[in-house]
Ligand binder design. Structure first.
Ligand code: CA
Length: 219
């Protein structure tokens, strides 16, 4: 998971960055509105953590521009403005959720995971194909009614593929999902985790599209 953090406050930004990285989440930190807009234009993020009180430009304007350009990346607004009218303005501007400062870092992470999952699936949506059943909201995988335990990296690969069944993800796109965890990524990491997933979930689930990458078929 890759997140853009937009926050001008050094101490809050640092705390959030450390907490997210501890969770294995890759973080780009933009300290100004201009930097945020530059990064949003060039990189794909799973979610944006957006502070509203930025020098020079209101975070709500960044949000509105983002939505006006058709970007559906989930945005979790972090703000000191805890009044109801501000919250309503943010929701109308296209925010997916809110956290009012000061916030608990565990709550931030939980809400972040929730908005990302909701953006990939309808809430609680389950992927079912043949014997396999995967619920990414609860992170449960079953084969023939029996629960299967997957590693965090196997989950990362599976979640990326299941976010868009029928779409082919290249090896480098899948490798990106593995960044952020501690340790080096071996050059054959994707193959290793796909192999592990196939052993646990059956060989039919993940299809190797020769020369292009991997996909799961639509349920
Ligand atoms: Ca601020």
């Amino acid at each position: 998971m890759k997140i853009l953090l937009v926050e001008d406050d050094a101490m809050i930004g640092e705390n959030v960055e450390i907490a997210l990285m501890d969770e294995g989440i890759q973080v780009d930190w933009a300290r100004t509105a201009a930097e945020a807009e530059h990064r949003l234009a060039s990189a794909g993020y799973d979610a944006v953590l957006l502070d509203l009180g930025l020098p020079g430009k209101d975070g709500l304007d960044i949000l509105r521009d983002l939505r006006a350009h058709g970007t559906t990346t989930p945005v979790l607004v972090i703000t000191a403005r805890d009044t109801v009218p501000e919250r309503v303005r943010g929701l109308n501007g296209g925010a997916d959720d809110y956290l009012v400062k000061p916030f608990d870092l565990d709550e931030l992470i939980a809400r972040l995971h929730a908005v990302v999952r909701r953006s990939h699936f309808g809430e609680g949506t389950v992927y079912r194909k043949d014997e396999v059943e995967v619920n990414l909201l609860t992170r449960q995988a079953m084969v023939g009614g029996h629960q299967v335990v997957l590693s965090a990296r196997e989950w990362a690969i599976l979640a990326a593929l299941l976010a868009r069944p029928g779409a082919i993800l290249s090896r480098s796109q899948l490798e990106e999902r593995l960044y952020g965890w501690a340790g080096e990524i071996e050059s054959n990491a994707v193959e290793v985790y796909v192999h592990g997933l196939r052993k646990k979930l059956g060989h039919g689930l993940i299809v190797n599209v020769r020369g292009l990458g991997y996909m799961v078929e639509r349920a």
